[in-house]
Design a protein around this ligand. Structure first.
Ligand code: VG1
Ligand code: CO
Length: 542
């Protein structure tokens, strides 16, 4: 029954920041998905008879690839696959399920915040036994394997019913269709003070959660409406759709504009939030008060002890390099270490496993903790709600209080999307060439103190990751970071991260654009963005 299918390599299967992401049409080429899945399995050892977790964000092609993976897992010798009902598992729920079931690893089918549909994006990511994304040495090995693969193994058995809970057989393998929500929701109840949040809501606190027609819908309805008693309709766009209702499931101020407008309206609810395609990101907006993800990380870290799951304090905080330094000040005050890692959640896994960090975050609206090994959108919302309930204050008051104690890191990210790849590469190459000449030079942002290309040495295994982004640091502590995205599927995306620190005595109430204007000008002077890209403004500002 096991078939060995001859195949030839595709030369474009290098996993990026978070797995392999391509246009659906690329994935639809014969053997394309199978080649990648077999390459993953070929890089694993000793998984005979073991468990694999499988699920995705429900986007277009999800169900088809689920069937391919099931047939290939059976042919490659896995003993059991746990698959989310309907093929659904949010990224954090998949991470939890891997850990809770003692699985060997998992495959998460998602292109996360990228749009879905026949002309949009699909993705496959492999997570290891700790529940987190495969580290670089594994993704490098998978990539190498995709370039030499000659065959894959598959059981041709017809589609497995993935919509009915329960167990069935596929060849020698067991397929168990599991409830994608229940275990995850139970985990959340162990971390947060649900009775206090429920009380706050029954006392009139209002919230609005936008699932963006993506995977968090069923999770959010169960947790916010059923378990916490928020009125029906609190969760909007709660049904996961294969094309996310033609929207871009990226919870930022451009794509979650409806939520933003609601939160800025006269009759805004007290609290608003959204998550992305696969449920690992979070956008937090208080009534009339947008919270940058970098500030959110800092506030969550400073107040985490108010939630039962973190009552004994944090071991450390980790943030990706481009994330603002707001969390660093919190770590300093708490007397705990702060780790600065390259972009992407895979770099946090070792720190979490080693008990060196408890909370991690990225400027891209990702926050999480050691409860799983992925960032977790709903977790971040619940921690915020727990803090609001414990402090009895609104979001704006908490932000004002935070800045008054720590100072404020004004922050924005400017994305230049769909640039021709050679132009984007030329811009980065010119920047790198110019690095030795930058220190001491003066531009609109002030005097440059230092400039480098970020490299990271993992403190647990000493592995080194180079070329993780160009940093330009100014004498007053301001910073500009330039890097190319590793999740896009069309041309290149240049990300420019801009940060300026104003201390407790300074002006903490400026408009962000105004506060950052000199640095925005400096970014252009240092990198000649207009010259290289032909774009005179970013496509997205977050
Ligand atoms: C982006 C973000 C990064 C995040 C990654 C995956 O990567 O910048 O912080 O970890 O997306 O997020 P890049 O390489 O495009 O900058 V998700 O929610 O798309 O899995
Ligand atoms: Co995501």
């Amino acid at each position: 029954m096991i078939q060995t299918v001859p195949t030839t390599p595709f030369n474009d299967q290098k996993p990026g920041t978070s797995g392999l992401r391509k246009k659906v049409r690329i994935f639809q080429q014969p053997h394309y998905a199978a080649n990648f899945v077999q390459s993953v399995f070929d890089c694993l050892t000793d998984f005979e008879g073991q468990t694999l977790v499988l699920g995705g964000d429900g986007r277009y092609l999800n169900r088809e690839v689920i069937q391919i993976v099931l047939e290939m897992a059976a042919a490659n010798g896995f003993g059991r696959v746990l698959v989310g009902q309907g093929g659904i598992l949010s990224t954090p729920a998949a991470s939890h399920l891997i850990r809770a079931s003692g699985a060997f690893g998992g495959l998460v089918l998602s292109a996360s915040h990228n749009p879905g549909g026949p002309d949009e994006d699909f993705g496959i990511k492999y997570n290891v036994g700790n529940g987190g994304p495969a580290p670089e040495k594994v993704t490098d090995a998978i990539h190498a394997r995709t370039l030499t693969i000659e065959q894959y193994r598959i059981v041709e058995a017809g589609d497995v019913d993935i919509d009915t809970l329960g167990t069935s057989r596929l060849g020698d393998m067991t397929v168990e269709v599991v409830d994608p929500v229940a275990d995850y929701a139970d985990l959340m109840e162990t971390l947060f003070d649900f009775p206090a949040i429920r009380r706050m809501i029954s006392n009139g606190f209002t919230l609005s959660f936008d699932s963006m027609s993506a995977v968090t819908g069923p999770y959010a309805v169960e947790i916010f409406e059923r378990r916490l008693g928020a009125p029906k309709g609190t969760v909007r766009n709660a049904t996961p759709l294969p094309d996310f209702g033609h929207h871009h499931p990226d919870p930022n101020l451009v794509h979650a504009k409806e939520l933003y407008d609601r939160m800025m309206a006269q009759d805004a609810p007290d609290f608003g939030a959204a998550s992305d395609g696969d449920g690992d990101r979070n956008l937090i907006i208080g009534r009339h008060c947008y919270v940058t993800p970098s500030d959110s990380l800092a506030v969550l870290a400073a107040n985490a002890h108010l939630a039962p799951g973190y009552a004994s304090g944090l071991k450390g905080i980790a943030r990706s390099m481009p994330t603002s330094c707001a969390a660093d000040r919190v770590a300093e005050k708490l007397g705990i270490p702060l780790y600065e890692t390259p972009t992407g959640w895979k770099f946090f896994g070792n720190l979490l496993d080693a008990g060196m960090a408890t909370i991690c975050g990225e400027e891209s609206a990702g926050t999480g903790s050691d409860h799983v090994r992925e960032k977790d959108g709903i977790w971040a919302v619940l921690l915020w709600l727990n803090i609001l309930a414990a402090r009895g204050q609104g979001v704006a008051a908490i932000m004002a209080d935070h800045w008054a104690s720590y100072g404020r890191n004004y922050y924005a990210r400017h994305d230049y999307e769909a640039i021709a790849t050679d132009r984007a590469d030329a811009l980065m190459a010119a920047l790198r060439d110019n690095l030795p000449r930058l220190p001491g030079s003066v531009n609109s942002g002030g005097t440059i103190r230092s400039a480098d290309d970020f490299a990271y040495t993992d403190p647990t295994d000493q592995s080194v990751s180079r070329n993780q982004g160009v940093r330009v640091m100014f004498q007053d502590g301001s910073r500009i970071v330039f890097r190319l995205s590793g999740t896009g599927t069309e041309g290149a995306t240049l990300r420019v991260y801009i940060e300026r620190y104003v201390d407790q005595g300074g002006d903490l109430g400026m408009d962000t654009g105004e506060a950052l204007a000199p640095l925005i000008a400096a970014a252009q002077e240092v990198a000649d963005i207009v010259g290289f890209t032909g774009m005179d403004r970013p496509s997205v500002i977050t």
